[in-house]
Write a protein that binds this ligand. Structure first.
Ligand code: SF4
Length: 298
């Protein structure tokens, strides 16, 4: 697949020069927003890490994942919640703890664009001198009407501002989260949104398809028939391949589709595994003689 798009595994091989694995950690910091219409926060937290000490989570991760996958180096992954919403003192202690492990070669931390304070930037500046930091910043769409409708609580310019601040840190890479198929977005809006993102100084993107999750406002909208989703995986793969063509070749594709646990998922309930998804995407690219960056406008 390396010929068709720049996969995260290819990037990690080049960047870290050895096999690495992610250890999912949970600080127990809830999302400070909690209002995005598609979100049920419990769907992000791996059940094995909930409510446990960070040190225990790291050490278990190193031991279990190390044996299972034959790896010695790891990325500490703080995915759920608004990880930069704690006080700078608390965040500093957490980073100190994580960075003290020689097996941890990098940190990946997820947060919202409206929680990048100058104190957070200063901490990242300091810690990124020692190990690279990836910041996963939720954007979802570059269209402000959509952001308002889905209740994100920030605009596209808020995202740009946060990105600008984060890039003051030398050894820090930003990954934008995007959702394809948000309510009210037709193909034209989705393409414009990805085109805007394609010109940002990002390491890459994590792309999700719109998923309807139990106990969310989106579930009610979906069940009332007011929102369309990609019921068939083939329809999503068609648009995904076209979106990858307009992204620059250097963007790392950290994710191709969403992966909500099936017990929380209303729709779409595709029956497909990672490998079959990649094969189908590959076939689509072959069919059109396409590849990432083919239509990227500089
Ligand atoms: S999508 Fe992220 S920011 Fe929005 S409510 Fe869920 S956890 Fe919070």
């Amino acid at each position: 697949m390396g010929n068709y798009f720049y996969s995260v595994s290819e990037f990690y091989k080049k960047f870290f020069r050895e096999k690495i694995w992610k250890i999912s950690l949970d600080l127990g910091i809830p999302c400070v927003h909690g209002k995005c219409i598609y979100c049920n926060e419990t769907s992000f937290i791996p059940s094995n890490v909930r409510g446990r000490k960070i040190r225990t989570q790291i050490e278990e991760g190193i031991s279990i994942l190390g044996k299972r996958y034959g790896v010695k180096k790891f990325i500490a992954y703080l995915q759920s919640g608004t990880n930069t919403a704690v006080s700078p003192e608390v965040l500093e202690k957490v980073l100190e703890e994580i960075f003290s492990y020689k097996e941890i070669v990098s940190l990946s931390i997820g947060t919202r664009p409206d929680y990048i304070s100058q104190e957070v930037v200063e901490l990242f500046k300091y810690f990124s001198k020692y190990k690279p930091i990836f910041v996963e910043l939720g954007l979802q769409s570059a269209n402000d009407d959509t952001l308002k409708f889905i209740n994100r609580g920030h605009t596209f310019s808020d995202f740009q501002l946060a990105l600008q601040k984060l890039l003051e840190c030398k050894n820090l890479l930003v990954v934008a989260h995007m959702i394809v198929g948000l309510p009210g977005e037709d193909k034209d809006v989705i393409f414009k949104s990805f085109e805007k993102v394609s010109h940002l100084p990002l390491n890459g993107v994590k792309i999700h398809h719109l998923q309807v999750v139990k106990n969310t406002p989106l579930e009610r909208i979906y069940l009332s028939g007011r929102v369309k989703i990609f019921e068939e995986v083939e329809d999503y793969i068609e648009i995904l391949s076209q979106l990858l063509e307009i992204l620059p070749p250097h963007f790392v594709i950290h994710r191709l589709y969403g992966d909500i646990p099936h017990n929380l998922l209303i729709a779409p309930r595709w029956k497909i595994d990672k490998n079959s998804f990649k094969l189908k995407l590959e076939e689509k690219f072959k069919e059109r003689d396409g590849y990432q960056g083919k239509y990227f406008k500089r």
